[in-house]
Write a protein that binds this ligand. Sequence first.
Ligand SMILES: Cc1ncc(COP(=O)(O)O)c(C=O)c1O
Length: 393
Amino acid sequence: MTADDEIIYLDNNATTQLDPAVIEEMLPFLTKYYGNPSNGYAFAARARKAVDLARGRLAALVGCAPSEIVLTSGGTESNNAVIHSALQFEPHGKHVVTSAVEHSAVLRPYQDLEKHGCAVMFLGVDRHGNVDLAELEAAIRPETALVSMMWANNETGVLFPVEKIAEICRQKGVLFHTDAVQAVGKIPIRLRDMAINFLSLSAHKFHGPKGVGALYVNRRTRFNPLIAGGGQENGRRGGTENVAGIAGLGKAAELAVKYLEERKCSIRSMRDRFEKAILESTGGTSVNGAGALRIPNTSSLSFEGIESPAALILLDRHGLCCSAGSACKTGSQEASHVLRAMNPNGDGARRSLRFSFGRFNSEAEVDHAIELVPRVIGKLRQMPAPAPVATAL
Ligand SMILES: Cc1ncc(COP(=O)(O)O)c(C=O)c1O
């Protein structure tokens, strides 16, 4: 076992370390200023101001008006809220379009809709993880209620051309939603220049707290709340606000703006250095999504002759945290649906590892990973293949 302080955390797409400044921002609202933002007295105004400040900071990060931000419990809620809302307003729009490589927080609600008679088109991707825009355009029908295409893939980091997709949807008069949970804080985003109707984001992916996020709803887009209640969030999301979490989200957004302006290349250079070194030292390795544009922090590598669950166990013993696919799938034996969509006939989905970097990683940690990963892969390749499981007749 490894002491917690000795781990090398290369799983920043699963979640990120809280920035100390974020914790500092949250603490007063967990201790001193516990008022309910909906109350009218001065004490509660402290909490209300914190929520307003956070909303403004988040709006600055994604380039929209503060009034277009609906605060939620995170990416999963935001995705569910959009899908729920779009179909409420289009009772005849029994058709939606999405991609086969979305996060389960989009796939699952769409699969549930399918069970209730909605036609869902899951667009495939090519071997690099790219979507075909002509295919997308052809998939949109007059009765299509919503198109959901993620901005950055959580497993491979592949970026979809969201600006072009938004424009296609605008021309066709269809609502467009993007799950940008893995893009926000990692690449610059200016929603006021784009034809996006809805965007989902989550604080814990950019050094904010878990259980808090937001949904951008374009000011001209109708929205029907998923959670009805006491009229909070201008009637768009009921429930007493998670003030400390929201304050943390706002601080994380402010720091992300600063980070994107000042040091946007350092994570990319760590990722690229790691990837290049592993490709050079470890034959039979390839980069999933190498032929596509990717977010700067993600490296999804496929290693011939290994099984990813075994690799994860060995790397964990050496204190290195990474994933086989998305965090939600880790622990299940199910191979990544993203990698299967990219290569349906190959076995890359069973032998891939995702390394994702963040701003708290150091060059020394990258050096350590560059030394450790080839050693672990080499060891696994020398092990005899597991015997096939006997099937009872
Ligand atoms: C692309 C994507 N969408 C949605 C989510 C869910 O976000 P949350 O954990 O805030 O519910 C995740 C989290 O892994 C994600 O990577």
